[in-house]
Design a protein around this ligand. Structure first.
Ligand code: C5P
Length: 456
């Protein structure tokens, strides 16, 4: 069905849509947003003024925008300017007799279709992540029974700070949506990520949520392998590696958020599986291959797992004992199956889009390119494991994104900046969406039941 407003993918982020022709459509009265209510929480930050423009845009669609101004927000804009633009009440105090009698703080979220925190300062993000209810804004967020969209805006160092990133992850794990900030020059003169996206962009995100518009990956099936594998030596010992699974889990979550049906095949990790994703817990490379094959057909497959290259051929059924003669047991190794390559070479069920990862410690460029040719996948993300880019267990990553030109088969390298694994996941999913659109790939809807039973 054709939407009455047009969204175009303008930037790299999957969530990045810019509203086009909104004025036109609103004027024609085509959009049925008239009875919608978006509760805006405006926190402190130089970009608070952009929320005024957002109110103006939303109003064109007939959307009501009652607002809460935090104490910080009031340092940048006034309740009067917000109320004059929206024509709605503006709330500031948790313990205001007038505000509470007019509209209790619980009621504020009940009457809303969506709650949007714009701009969200590091402070309100931290307080919300910790379940604080020490002002009206946080009390409403805690009491909310509606979807919440948080639009962070702050200095790049504050945004990159582990504390903020941890808080963002906490909120995401509670299914609170984050609209990632833009990169560029900040009001403070520093350059980096932390800028509030344009009001048009935020407006488009709100409209897409209100209209229940199909997400770009709705109908597509994705298979993600993640984490390490454990190869048994005896019943109590194994050979493993340092993979935490964080990157794969972040990708599974990003795919799900864009509407994909996600099957996450995970080696042993300490992570909580993202909500909405089917999880299959495995231990060894053989089990991971078996689960991956059973999860086919899949439109998208992303192999992030650090699969052991060898298994122990002569694994013992009983615990190996130390010998009096001081001799150590001799382990014999055999190669494990290459899951990525097996998927790439699958005669009938090769995933339409197959993406691998490569972790290299040396000759990163050459090894990455060679691996890309060898594996037969459609894209490879190569990361250098070094003191600077620890990768395994870390929350951040830096990769080169390798693709092959369909025309001359040349390998293109796109050096992605250092970013959090969640941001990297979003960027990759954005590339996937672009690629599926470009190749006009239709989802495998007929194959929705893989022969695999989820662990949970
Ligand atoms: O050969 P290498 O382990 O460096 O290749 C890395 C890529 O191949 C990753 O995408 C990884 O998930 C995948 N792989 C695999 N099965 C293996 C080894 C690696 O799927 N046995």
């Amino acid at each position: 069905m054709t939407k009455e407003y047009t969204l175009i993918d303008k930037r790299s982020s999957a969530a990045s849509h810019e509203i086009m022709g909104a004025d036109e459509s609103a004027r024609k009265g085509h959009c049925d947003f008239a009875d919608k209510n978006v509760l805006l929480i405006i926190a402190g930050g130089i970009s608070a003024y952009k929320s005024l423009e957002l109110i103006r845009l939303l109003k064109k669609f007939g959307i009501k925008t009652p607002a809460i101004l935090t104490a910080g927000g009031q340092q940048f804009i006034t309740p009067l300017s917000v109320s004059a633009l929206s024509g709605e009440a503006v709330y500031t105090d948790l313990f205001s007799l007038k505000d509470e009698s007019e509209m209790g703080h619980i009621q504020l979220s009940r009457q809303a279709d969506l709650i949007v925190v714009v701009p969200a300062s590091a402070n309100i993000i931290a307080r919300a992540a910790n379940g604080m209810a020490d002002d009206l804004a946080c009390a409403v967020l805690l009491a909310a029974n509606k979807d919440i969209l948080i639009c962070p805006a702050m200095n790049p160092q504050m945004w990159e700070n582990k504390a903020t990133q941890h808080n963002i992850e906490t909120l995401q794990s509670r299914d609170i949506d984050i609209l990632m900030p833009d990169s560029g020059e900040m009001a403070c003169g520093e350059i980096g990520a932390g800028r509030l996206p344009d009001p048009e962009h935020i407006c488009a995100e709100i409209l897409s949520r209100l209209s229940g518009q199909a997400k770009p990956l709705t109908g597509y099936t994705a298979l993600v392998t993640a984490g390490p594998t454990y190869e048994k030596i005896d019943p109590v010992r194994f050979i493993g590696n340092r993979s935490s699974g964080k990157q794969g889990y972040a990708i599974a979550q990003a795919l799900y958020k864009q509407g994909a049906e996600v099957h996450l095949i995970s080696g042993p990790t300490a992570l909580t599986p993202p909500k909405g994703v089917h999880i299959y817990n495995v231990e060894s490379a053989d089990e991971m291959l078996d689960a991956s094959l059973k999860a086919l057909p899949a439109d998208i497959a992303i192999c992030t797992a650090a699969v052991s290259d060898w298994r122990v051929e002569n694994a013992a059924d009983q615990k190996l004992k130390k010998c009096d003669d001081g001799l150590a047991p001799i382990l014999e190794f055999a190669q494990t199956p290459d899951i990525l390559k097996t998927l790439a070479e699958h005669k009938t069920l090769r995933p339409t889009l197959l993406i691998g990862f490569a972790a290299e410690t040396n000759n990163v460029d050459k090894n990455g390119r060679d691996k890309f040719k060898r594996k037969g996948c459609d894209a490879l993300l190569v990361n250098e494991i070094s003191a600077k880019n620890a990768v395994f267990g870390a929350d951040h990553n830096r990769v080169d994104y390798l693709t092959q030109s369909p025309e001359n088969k040349e390998i293109n390298t796109d050096a992605w900046p250092y970013m959090s694994k969640a941001e990297l996941a979003n960027m990759l999913v954005s590339k996937i969406i672009q690629q599926l659109e470009k190749t006009k790939t239709i989802p495998h809807t007929q194959c929705s039941t893989p022969k695999l039973k989820a662990t949970k």
